[in-house]
Design a protein around this ligand. Structure first.
Ligand SMILES: Cc1cc2nc3c(=O)[nH]c(=O)nc-3n(C[C@H](O)[C@H](O)[C@H](O)COP(=O)(O)OP(=O)(O)OC[C@H]3O[C@@H](n4cnc5c(N)ncnc54)[C@H](O)[C@@H]3O)c2cc1C
Length: 375
């Protein structure tokens, strides 16, 4: 098989690139697992949070907003976004964090944060203990994001444009050819003009298959779990609640609550499992700010957030390996930035002009290029 573009990795990163690239190129996507979205993509907190992450991430998140808000007809059966809100709460000893949050928002050129008093925050989330909330910041523009619908929408759209998705196809070897790359899996060998490394936590390992030095992309474990509020507590309209120093968060999720310690533990790439101690610590911290006990953890899981040395994503060609394109290091923002990042990557791969939605953000290709991490 000979294709224009071979994408390695069937998570949100690979799927979004496949969707946008398939309009102009012959695309195949290879996923090692039996199902797409099995790793980080299937384990997220499913939030679109415009006031989260670096200034670069915030611009890319804003750029993705138009697509998520109003996807093309027949992309998804239901809206991808749903009203949620993001409430950052701080105690008296965390006053310093308030100015810091506001300064980062200002620096990104977007100030959708609203200052709330502790009383106003407790009016939004009546189960918050008044003594635990000295101040709060509300981002009313944060929304729940239907991750599965977005992933399947990208893949369905890519298929409609002729792309093929092959699961159970782990790439085991990459070899440079005169016109691009020879890609080997256990079952197949194919040739591609461009190889896209969207292998998430395995991106550095995948580059090594091609003899390319690692960029220093490190997977970090984050644990999440589901618990119930008492039946008498109406939680559906609560915003996501996050500690000022990200020591925990919780948010409504399908009639229940999703909690997390919001930890970042560097670990080797693997099918990570939740750590019971992290779950217990998060429960303890959440119980310190809400007025009901967490009686039972119904389900817990862990996933990987992958960061490079400067914590911003990588999307660009490897300078000394023609046809090898990195699309990785998406940290805790790979879902909310996916439409913008996917469209950016497709334009770069196909050597087309950057789409207006990216140009309008003022984000330069050099800010995402792997070369910045090689210096
Ligand atoms: C607890 C948690 C909460 C999060 N919450 C949010 C959130 O609210 N909003 C948000 O935007 N982001 C969130 N994230 C981050 C988000 O999940 C990631 O940024 C995103 O899923 C990364 O997508 P990806 O495609 O790069 O990685 P993945 O989904 O991990 O996909 C990479 C794929 O590559 C495959 N692969 C690897 N090597 C090979 C190979 N050699 N051959 C073939 N296939 C290969 C893997 O099997 C995997 O399926 C969260 C993450 C976690 C863990």
């Amino acid at each position: 098989m000979v294709v224009d573009v071979c994408i390695i990795g069937g998570g949100m990163a690979g799927a979004s690139v496949a969707y946008f690239a398939a309009t102009h190129a012959d695309v195949v996507l290879l996923e090692r697992e039996p199902h797409v979205g099995y790793h980080s993509t299937g384990r997220s907190a499913a939030l679109y949070a415009p006031q989260y992450g670096s200034a670069l991430i915030r611009r890319l998140t804003a750029a993705a907003g138009a697509f998520l808000d109003s996807p093309p007809p027949s992309f998804a059966d239901a809206p991808l976004l749903a009203r949620r809100g993001f409430l950052t709460i701080g105690g008296a000893s965390q006053r310093g964090a308030l100015e810091q949050h506001e300064a980062v928002a200002r620096a990104s050129g977007r100030t959708t944060l609203e200052r709330l008093s502790g009383t106003e925050a407790c009016a939004l989330v009546p189960s918050l203990r008044a003594a635990a909330v000295d101040w709060a910041l509300l981002d009313p523009t944060a929304q729940d994001l239907d991750v599965e619908a977005l992933l399947q929408g990208f893949l369905r759209g890519a298929r409609a444009r002729g792309a093929r998705t092959l699961t159970d196809h782990g790439v085991t070897a990459l070899q440079r050819t005169a016109n691009g790359w020879r890609v080997r899996t256990a079952q197949h060998e194919l040739e591609a003009r461009v190889v896209v490394n969207a292998a998430g936590a395995w991106a550095d390992e995948t580059a090594a298959l091609a003899g390319i030095a690692p960029l220093g992309l490190v997977p970090h474990r984050r644990t999440a779990f589901i618990f119930d509020a008492p039946e008498s507590v109406p939680i559906a309209r609560w915003p996501m609640v996050s500690d000022a120093e990200e020591l925990f968060y919780f948010k409504p999720e399908a009639g229940r609550l999703l909690g997390s310690l919001a930890e970042e533990v560097p670990v080797p790439a693997a099918d990570v499992q939740p750590d019971d101690f992290d779950v217990a610590t998060a429960v303890d911290r959440i119980e310190q700010v809400i007025d009901f006990p967490v009686r039972r953890v119904l389900r817990s899981w862990a996933g990987l957030r992958v960061f490079g040395p400067d914590r911003d994503p990588v999307s660009g060609f490897e300078r000394d390996a023609p046809g090898f394109y990195w699309h990785a290091g998406l940290g805790g923002y790979g879902i909310q930035t996916a439409p913008a990042m996917g469209e950016f990557a497709a334009a770069m791969i196909l050597r087309r002009d950057l789409p207006a939605v990216i140009q309008d953000t003022g984000v330069e290709a050099s800010a995402l290029a792997p070369a910045r991490l090689r210096r």
